[in-house]
Unconditional design. Structure first.
Ligand SMILES: Cc1ncc(COP(=O)(O)O)c(C=O)c1O
Length: 389
């Protein structure tokens, strides 16, 4: 079927975390979900389950896991065994459980900033220390700094590297060579890799997602991979993700912790939504990717032609645009206030993903083109009023 992503759907009265708590005229483009309806087969399957009328405890059938395994093989050529898969109600919970089971309080966890702000919270809130391996800007794209990484890996308290692949907020889809170098450094220093691959299906043309654990067996034995249908099919509110751990030495404590905390039981609607999405959602995903890429082209041209003070660091994947607003010569607080009060748009603030940095905003462009155009017109007008050009 042909999906209509141009349709503007009001989300303010739908208990959406993203669309609450702001004035009626503000356009929200911060949190990581899309303003599009989920794949139609998923909607139909949930409706059918609702009609059944009995919502007792749920069980995940084997076909649920096989749908996930087949998806990963078809999309990423990664062959996974059934035993490696663990259900968790969200990726952040999985990160917390992994940190608690595989490191000790006070241990250091490497992150590559700018990076998803909740990485910092989850590490600190679970009593571990953040160790930053900053990404470097080279020829208008972010790259890893392996020299600095090796120094951080040599620290005797470093236990885990928390990788974001594809990377939020820079949109980098890490290439095989980069991932190999990173993984071999981690192996050399006996550091576990947790690879957050929630954006692995949101990849633009000419790029390919490489699951780090699929590079070779040695790497797989040291890696925990987190995937989720949340970003792929816009089902983040369904709260279901999949953690892939080949090595039983890493997997068993993780699984036991999930059971001990009674976190291993699915919601009755999760089960049906997730299996249906992985089995019947490909057509929707392919169309949404084309639409997102169209949004990206539109955004890129608009900025180049009409808002030269803001530069797009074009993402290779994800639906997040990392906007370089240094041309506006504002400190972090002034920039945030400008976007919210003058342009009437709410982006994610650059400083929360890159402590100490200024001049960046993260825009979620998974919205209808009409809304994207409105946002850009608002910014253009606010800039003209402020700078008079
Ligand atoms: C990189 C990354 N990891 C994890 C999450 C959160 O995942 P979940 O909602 O499954 O906890 C997000 C959400 O935006 C994200 O961007």
């Amino acid at each position: 079927m042909q999906y209509d992503f141009d349709q503007v759907i009001d989300r303010r009265s739908s208990n959406s975390l993203k669309w609450t708590e702001c004035d009626q005229d503000i356009v929200v483009q911060d949190l990581g979900d899309m303003d599009f309806k989920a794949p139609q087969p998923v909607i139909e399957a949930i409706k059918k389950r609702v009609e059944h009328g009995i919502y007792g405890y749920a069980q995940r059938p084997e076909s649920y896991y096989h749908a996930i395994m087949e998806w990963i093989y078809q999309r990423h050529e990664w062959e996974i065994e059934r035993d490696w898969l663990i259900y968790t109600p969200g990726v952040l919970i999985a990160l917390a459980v992994a940190l608690r089971t595989l490191s000790r309080p006070g241990d250091k966890i490497i992150v590559q900033s700018p990076v998803y702000h909740l990485f910092f919270n989850i590490i600190r809130n679970n009593g571990r220390q953040v160790l930053i391996n900053p990404l470097q800007m080279v020829n208008n794209r972010y790259e890893m700094d392996f020299e600095d990484l090796e120094v951080k890996l040599e620290d005797t308290r470093t236990r885990i590297l928390l990788l974001c692949n594809p990377h939020n907020p820079t949109g980098r889809v890490w290439e095989e060579d980069e991932l190999k170098t990173l993984a071999h450094l981690c192996l050399k220093h006996n550091v576990i890799i947790i690879s957050d691959e929630v954006y692995s299906d949101i990849i633009f043309k000419d790029h390919r997602h490489v699951p780090i654990a699929n590079l070779d067996k040695k790497i797989s034995k040291k890696t925990i991979t987190c995937i989720s249908p949340g970003k792929t099919f816009n089902l983040s509110g369904v709260r279901a993700s999949t953690i892939i751990i080949e090595n039983p030495v890493l997997r068993n404590p993780f699984t036991h912790a999930m059971i001990d905390m009674d976190l291993d039981i699915s919601n009755i609607f999760d089960v049906i939504a997730i299996e249906t999405a992985y089995r019947q959602g490909a057509e929707w995903l392919d169309q949404v990717l084309a639409y997102l890429e169209g949004n990206l082209d539109f955004l890129s041209s608009y900025l180049q032609e009409r808002i030269q003070r803001i530069k797009l660091i074009r993402p290779q994947g994800t639906f997040l645009a990392w906007l370089d607003c240094q041309g506006m010569e504002m400190d972090a607080i002034a920039l945030k206030r400008f976007m919210l009060k003058k342009a009437r748009v709410r982006f994610s603030d650059g400083v929360i993903v890159n402590p100490g940095a200024r001049g960046f905003q993260r825009m979620n462009f998974a919205c209808s083109r009409t809304v994207l155009k409105l946002v850009l017109e608002n910014i253009e007008m606010a800039i003209d009023q402020t700078f008079g050009n």
